[in-house]
Design a protein around this ligand. Structure first.
Ligand SMILES: O=C(O)[C@H](O)[C@@H](O)[C@H](O)[C@H](O)COP(=O)(O)O
Length: 230
């Protein structure tokens, strides 16, 4: 479907404008449906955005926040995306938002899939806003090209909202939203900073298959807004 790009002079300008747009979309969702849903990614890129959003005025008690993917570690672990979101987004005004975790206390992520899918079924869908990141290998959410589960993750007919993923090139077993679950969003943003990520994305879109660079599977099927700053 394609990519439209919004380029900003620096990360701070990106964060301000991106937060404006997200708040507008969530407000619309609340006005139309009573509640709104926001799906965020982990990693380091969204941290300044989370801090900015947390300060914004919105009836956050009517917003459900969840993750595009989670590392299968307890919330007390430094790599937990739940911890990242709670410490950076669900603060200040946004402290009243309702967080829906993907992680549950099963040893194996595969045993937590049904529970995560059950929790997600309570959210307003299609999701109002999905914010994706991308790794330098072209993965998005935890749809890792190096994983044995990539076919399952990209399948449009698996009937699954979530899947367990074991990346070969990144730590921790993961739980990820599947491609159809990610696509079940009214607005999809890809939040990237730096020349390297821009180059990876352009190369992915021009020269690679969806299995090689899974971010292309999203861009090929839905309108995606790239929010980019050097
Ligand atoms: O939890 C995660 O690891 C993610 O959701 C992942 O898909 C992330 O968005 C990219 O790896 C980019 O991460 P950075 O922003 O740290 O580069």
């Amino acid at each position: 479907m394609g990519l439209s790009t919004k380029t900003f002079s620096d990360k701070s300008a990106l964060v301000t404008s991106f937060a404006d747009e997200i708040i507008t979309l969530l407000s619309q969702g609340i006005n139309e449906n009573g509640r709104a849903s926001l799906v965020v990614s982990g990693g380091s890129t969204p941290l300044p955005l989370f801090a900015e959003l947390s300060q914004r005025n919105l009836d956050w008690s009517k917003v459900d926040v969840t993750l595009a993917d989670e590392r299968w570690v307890d919330e007390s672990h430094a790599d937990s995306n739940t911890r990242l979101v709670k410490e950076n987004l669900l603060q200040n005004n946004a402290a009243s938002a309702h967080f829906v975790a993907l992680y549950s206390h099963h040893n194996d992520a595969a045993d937590g899939i049904a529970e995560a899918e059950g929790r997600l079924s309570s959210l307003a869908q299609p999701f109002d806003v999905l914010i994706l990141g991308m790794g330098e290998d072209g993965h998005t959410a935890s749809l890792f090209p190096c994983s044995e589960q990539i076919d399952q993750g990209l399948s449009l007919t698996s009937g699954r909202v979530c899947l367990a993923v074991q990346p070969q090139t990144a730590p921790h077993q993961r739980i990820s939203l599947s491609l159809p679950a990610l696509l079940n969003s009214k607005r999809i943003f890809l939040h990237l900073t730096g020349e390297k990520k821009q180059a990876v994305l352009q190369d992915a879109l021009k020269n690679h298959t969806e299995k090689e660079k899974p971010i292309t599977a999203v861009v090929n099927r839905a309108p995606v807004t790239l929010m980019w700053a050097p």
